[in-house]
Structures are given as structure tokens and as C-alpha cells.
Design a protein around this ligand. Structure first.
Ligand SMILES: [Fe+2]
Ligand SMILES: [Fe+2]
Length: 276
């Protein structure tokens, strides 16, 4: 199975990048499933049902989120009823929504390389997606380590193919979390910092790991926002309006190839594609 994970989609430029670049990426990599972090997809702040529908219409199969989850009040509708929409698992008990989901994926249908010959008939496989949020330099939530261990154990009863978006700030927390799950999940990819790191790798147990997938949106910016207001806030300490920037729009993410039978990662490849 080949998964494309798309790093935090920021505003309309980020959504445009998904719309324009996904068809080619799907074709050239033979992608089977597309997972995207959508926490900044509504004008940089949160997500709404309309915007989630837009991302699904471009071919996104599942949307993960993070600390910007609550920025738009309409998100409550998604949390109540959208099975393809995830929020971090480690909110307190009683929080609406879900931290994980299992999807049926037709594997092999968009393959255009030599694998097609080996798998002439597309196969149905289950993939689990888990969304967890870190606690270091982040709002306090339940312990992500303890909850993820239990959740992964539960998910593995249904599938060995498990993708985890760990939305966190601190590199140590991200690496330790992924080391804990090495061999238990197919991949742990970090989001939230909006900066791609240079450490994509496969751990000894077979878990693909990458500290941060970066963000999908305008990179002539500070993490997707116009430069001037951010700079002004650092210079003056006064609050500013952070509008989404416009230029040098990139799609950031990772293509992860997973062995269908074992659920172990075979390859993780960094993606940084420019909108024409
Ligand atoms: Fe975030
Ligand atoms: Fe973000």
C-alpha cells in the first residue's frame, strides 16, 4: 500500500495546491490512500464542513487535525458525524469526535509502475489512521503515550497497517513517541511545526518515521502567514492579524510504501512539490 500524507494545509493556497498537484502525485507514485492534516485549512485557522468536503472532493480520504481544531465553531458538525475526520485521540473522555478510524482501501487500482503486473486484481485492505497530539510546549491534554499504546493495541486487532499523525512541537517528544511504537505501526509522521525536517527514516522494527512533514501552502511567509505582521509582533509584542500569505505555494508531505502483509514500512519519501 502506498500512502500520501499531506502536511498541514494552510488556507486557500494550500487547498489549491492539493487540487492542482494531487492528480499527478497519485499517478506518478501509484497512491492508494491520501491522508491530510487539515487543521489550518480554513483561512489558516481550523476547518469547516464545507472545506472538509472540498478536500474530500480533491481525493483526500481522511483528514487529521491538531491544536487548531476548535478555531471554527462549525467543526462541531464534523466531529459529530464525519467518519473521515479525526481529532487528536488524547482529548479528555467525553470530547466529541474520534481519534482513530479504519478505512477500506482498494489497493493497486492506481498503480502505473511494474507492480501492476504483480497485482493484476486490486485488493481490498484496511488501513487505520490515528491522530495524537503532543503535550510539550502545547496545551495540556491526556498522556499521548499511554493512550496511543492502548489504541494501537486495539487497532492491531483489525489491521497491521496503521498510520499515525503525531501533532506535536518538541522533537524529543515526537521521536520518543515513535520509538515507543516502532514495530507496532506502519508510520509515525509529525505535524504542527510547519517545517520539514531532514530525518525521514525507517526504524529497526519497521516503522517509518519523520519528525515533521512541513505545511502545504504559501512558503514566502512565516509558517504560511504574511511576514510583516508576524515580524511586527516580535518587534512590538503587540497582537496582530496574521493573514495567510500568497506566494511560492508548495505541497509538503510524504509518500510511504507499506508491505501489505506485515504492515511494516518499506520506504518513506519526502515530497515538496511546487504549484505552477
Ligand atoms: Fe498545530
Ligand atoms: Fe498547523
Amino acid at each position: 500500500m502506498k500512502i500520501l500524507f499531506i502536511g498541514d494545509i494552510v488556507g486557500s493556497p494550500g487547498r489549491r495546491a492539493v487540487k492542482e498537484l494531487l492528480p499527478n502525485l497519485r499517478q506518478s507514485h501509484g497512491l492508494d490512500v491520501i491522508i491530510a492534516n487539515g487543521e489550518n485549512s480554513a483561512g489558516g485557522n481550523g476547518i469547516t464542513p464545507d472545506i472538509a468536503a472540498e478536500l474530500f472532493s480533491y481525493g483526500v480520504d481522511a483528514i487529521t487535525t491538531g491544536d487548531h481544531l476548535w478555531d471554527q465553531k462549525e467543526v462541531m458538525e464534523l466531529l459529530a458525524s464525519e467518519k473521515r475526520f479525526l481529532r487528536p485521540l488524547n482529548y479528555p473522555p467525553g470530547t466529541p469526535g474520534q481519534g482513530s478510524a479504519i478505512f477500506e482501501v482498494k489497493v493497486g487500482s492506481s498503480r502505473c509502475d511494474d507492480r501492476t503486473a504483480r497485482r493484476a486484481v486490486p485488493t481490498n485492505l484496511s488501513v487505520a489512521v490515528l491522530n495524537v497530539q503532543g503535550r510539550t510546549f502545547m496545551p495540556p491534554l491526556e498522556n499521548p503515550f499511554l493512550l496511543a499504546l492502548d489504541e494501537v493495541k486495539r487497532l492491531r486487532q483489525q489491521t497491521k497497517i496503521i498510520f499515525v499523525d503525531f501533532h506535536a512541537e518538541a522533537t524529543s517528544e515526537k521521536i520518543a513517541f515513535a520509538r515507543m511504537l516502532d514495530g507496532q505501526v506502519s508510520a509515525v509522521v509529525g505535524t504542527h511545526t510547519h517545517v520539514q525536517t531532514a530525518d525521514e527514516q525507517i526504524f529497526p522494527g519497521g516503522t517509518a518515521y519523520w519528525t515533521d512533514a512541513g505545511f502545504t501552502g504559501p512558503h514566502e511567509s512565516v509558517l504560511g502567514r504574511e511576514i510583516e505582521p508576524v515580524l511586527k509582533r516580535f518587534l512590538t509584542g503587540m497582537p496582530q492579524r496574521f493573514e495567510v500569505a500568497k506566494d511560492r505555494v508548495l505541497l509538503h508531505g510524504a509518500v510511504i510504501e507499506i508491505d501489505d502483509a506485515s504492515g511494516k514500512a518499506v520506504k518513506i519519501q519526502r515530497v515538496s512539490e511546487s504549484v505552477a
